[in-house]
Ligand binder design. Structure first.
Ligand code: BGC
Length: 450
């Protein structure tokens, strides 16, 4: 095969890096910011590796100019970051925080002044704590009003400057980890929390898209999804095949299908009917549907599933890469770049005319400084899969590396490093890794992928 270079993806292909507010900003209680559910969660013993927090994180709140300059030096065209809702509206509803509002103006202005396109995510998991305390956050339908007011505020405040918008970051990840398994904030467990959270997030995703599109006719509005193509552990075992199908319904289909008018994937998981029976109101079937301008695809790996009758509901479990004796990275996830192609192809089937953007993809290491050949190998293979998808007719229009710099990896603390820029934890000094220079040279057309 011919080597692949940037130009092979087309002139209008968006290249960038992604970050999120809580993972990099720090300044957790600076200048009027309200607490988020993550500020509370990290203070509970046993929740986060080494009791680490995002209190300071990478201190992007104070160092954003230096960081955006570095983006410019690396010639990275697009920067995907998120707004912290409690920095803008400290109690989640009501009064806004002028210094927080100003902060994002400065970040956006700095990007624009340096020729970098800002891509804004509105919800990357840092719910205002006040809303969790007042009515249980996403488990309560009241959240819809507050969320939509927040979205409207952002559209009005920043709509003249920002063209690219994403409503949600990975709804499955934060509802499953935060409301079913309790390993992310707010640390809730069980179906009684998960099911209503799913429905309210699915409604908020569609309503948020609708609202942004109405408010910003020139905007480009999408939302993002976590993806993990699923495989049966034993290829021809009917039980494993059925379990892999159930996992697929949860991991890949649960939020995108209602958005595109197909409802929840009850064919694979009939018990999902309960979501509607228990938590829906009249008109919800239509309210769940919206037409985004693109779907954000986030992919890191695949899952290989074995039937397991004792696991409630889903009756199966993923077999970790260690047991399968295949390579894995510092999150314990299989190194399997082909999964990006499979995820793109799977999502393209819904509507081949709806553009897909890879809004996250990356590689985690541990104990790394700036020498990161494994990341370069992974990213180049993953980018090759994006090209393969294009060749196969998939309308994929962008690729964003997760992540710009080593940061707070949620319950895993600072142990896994996904950054193409190393951040020295003590001094917070930034040092581009070899992968950052590799990405720069790839974007400059100086290096190709074999
Ligand atoms: C999230 C990021 C996270 C990354 C690696 C995604 O699930 O959007 O916040 O850091 O994957 O785990």
């Amino acid at each position: 095969m011919e080597p692949i270079g940037r130009k092979d993806f087309g002139e209008d292909f968006h290249w960038g890096v992604s970050v999120s507010a809580y993972q990099i900003e720090g300044g957790w209680n600076s200048d009027g910011k309200g607490p988020s559910i993550w500020d509370a969660f990290v203070r509970k013993p046993g929740k986060v590796y080494h009791r680490e927090t995002g209190d300071i994180a990478c201190d992007f709140y104070h160092r954003y100019l230096e960081d955006i300059r570095l983006l410019k030096d690396l010639h990275i065209p697009c920067f995907r970051f998120s707004f912290s809702w409690p920095r803008l509206i400290p109690r989640g509803r009501g009064e806004t925080n002028p210094k927080g509002v100003d902060f994002y103006h400065q970040v956006i202005d700095a990007c624009l002044a340096m020729g970098i396109e800002p891509w804004v995510t509105l919800y990357h998991w840092d719910l205002p704590l006040a809303l969790e305390e007042a009515y249980g956050g996403w488990t309560n339908r009241q959240i819809l009003d507050d969320f939509l007011r927040y979205v409207e505020f952002c559209a009005q405040e920043y709509g003249k400057k920002v063209k690219y918008w994403m409503v949600m970051n990975e709804p499955l990840a934060f509802t499953a980890l935060g409301y079913l398994l309790g390993i992310h904030a707010p640390g809730k467990r069980g179906f009684k929390n998960f099911m209503p959270a799913v429905h309210h997030v699915a409604l908020a995703q569609a309503e948020g898209i609708r609202l942004l599109k109405q408010a910003l006719p020139k905007g480009v509005v999408g939302t993002t999804f976590s993806t993990s193509p699923t495989f049966p552990y034993r290829e021809r075992n009917l039980n494993d095949l059925a379990a892999a199908r159930r996992y697929d319904a949860v991991l890949n289909r649960l939020f995108v299908e209602p958005l595109l008018g197909r409802g929840y994937p009850v064919d694979a998981l009939p018990s999902l009917k309960e979501v509607f029976q228990r938590y829906a109101q009249k008109g919800d079937e239509e309210r769940l549907i919206a037409r985004p301008d693109f779907l954000g695809i986030q992919n890191y790996t695949r899952e290989v599933i074995k039937h397991h009758g004792l696991v409630p509901w889903i009756k199966g479990r993923p077999i970790p890469p260690k047991r399968r004796k295949v390579p894995h990275q510092a999150m314990g996830w299989e190194v399997y770049p082909e999964s990006l192609f499979l995820a793109l192809r799977q999502f393209a089937q819904y509507d081949p005319t709806l553009p897909l953007i890879v809004t996250e993809n990356g590689y985690a290491a541990e104990g790394e400084t700036t020498h990161d050949p494994e990341r370069i190998a992974y990213l180049s293979q993953a980018i090759k899969q994006v090209h393969k998808a294009q060749q196969a007719g998939v309308l994929v229009k962008g690729y964003f590396v997760w992540t710009f710099m080593d940061n707070f990896e949620w319950a895993e603390g600072y142990r896994p490093q996904f950054g193409i820029v190393y951040v020295e934890r003590r001094t917070l000094e930034r040092k581009p890794k070899e992968s950052a220079y590799w990405y720069r040279d790839f974007l400059a057309g100086k290096v190709t992928i074999e």
